[in-house]
Design a protein around this ligand. Structure first.
Ligand SMILES: [Zn+2]
Length: 103
């Protein structure tokens, strides 16, 4: 593989098909780009589409781990929810109580 000559590849991702338009035969032309740029380009396009299509993906993912994640999530909420308030209040109550003998 000669390093001096960049390998050009035609990208037919949704974005490039849209950008490149179609040729006289109505076929998608895609966008010609250096092959080494394609992974980053595909990653960006994929991520953009992933955010667009995230709701159904997240739903199926939640379904798969629903029982475990649900329990963990509930535990996290019950653990974290009351704790910070009670903990800090108890600490505030204890500190004056510890200081009481000095009064
Ligand atoms: Zn592309």
């Amino acid at each position: 593989m000669p390093a001096s000559l960049p390998t050009l590849k035609r990208c037919f991702c949704e974005e490039c098909v849209e950008k490149g338009g179609t040729d006289s035969h109505g076929k998608a032309r895609g966008v010609l780009m250096e092959a080494r740029f394609m992974p980053a380009h595909m990653k960006r396009v994929h991520e953009e589409h992933a955010t667009q299509y995230s709701p159904p993906v997240q739903q199926s993912a939640v379904d798969a781990v629903d029982s475990v994640a649900g329990h963990l999530f509930a535990l996290t909420i019950t653990d974290d929810g009351p704790d910070p308030g009670h903990g800090s209040k108890q600490q505030h109550d204890k500190q004056p109580a510890q200081g009481n003998p000095f009064r």
